[in-house]
Design a protein around this ligand. Sequence first.
Ligand code: ADP
Ligand code: MG
Length: 254
Amino acid sequence: MSLLTVKHLTKSYKAGKLAVNNLSFELEKGECLGLVGESGCGKSTLARCLLRIELIDSGTILINNQAIEQLNEKQLHPYRRKIQIVFQNPSAALNPKLKIKDSLIDAYSQYKNDLKLVYFSYTSKDAYVKQLLEAVELPSELANRYPHELSGGQRQRVNIARAVSIEPELIVLDEPTASLDVISQGAVLNLLTELRECLHLSYLFISHDLAAVNQMSQRIMVMKEGKLIDQFSRNQLFAEERHPYTKELISFFR
Ligand code: ADP
Ligand code: MG
């Protein structure tokens, strides 16, 4: 079943240049769909359009077959819960003035009225925060610290905990490990894979790193200058019919 359907999505920042150019794809429930392409090709713009951080010029975005691009903020509220995002820079996404536990409770507070938790349970704030930290393999002492008292890898785990806290259906991961060292990168990718299985999540995993995308995803899309130029299942990565640009990306990561 299609969780996310995007049809002819187009977005420009200034007239004449399309950051996202007539993009169409489907993301199935439960899958990790990879999106790869060089810096500036429009990946983050697509991510921000899906989250309605940016308004689109034209096209359709359907979540569970419901078009959302025309919905007002109130109508959009339940759909906002279904899609969460993890950004590249883990520091920018956390409020530096809030203790980790207060950042972790934030999404729950916004959605608690129509939230039915399946994997986590809310008995008290402390108990809930403890479960979230456990889910991302962080010690519970971190709850009372501020973001600047954590490492980059720990901060990104907090962002992941925040994204999963309200049990969304889809998480858009926009280069979630690009600012981390190689060891933390591998650990965070493994954690994301585990969480996807345990919490039955779907991912749109965005990266300029074809190797990371290939490790994480069942299907891969390749974007160039705002357009989708190739898409294939993981085992077709090295197939002869790949787009010349995909082959270029492959040779770059060999
Ligand atoms: P990627 O995430 O693949 O690196 P982006 O989506 O960030 O690519 O950028 C796509 C294109 O849109 C680039 O040419 C970039 O310069 C431009 N762009 C991105 N954000 C903005 C913005 N807020 N205002 C104007 N142009 C932007
Ligand atoms: Mg980007």
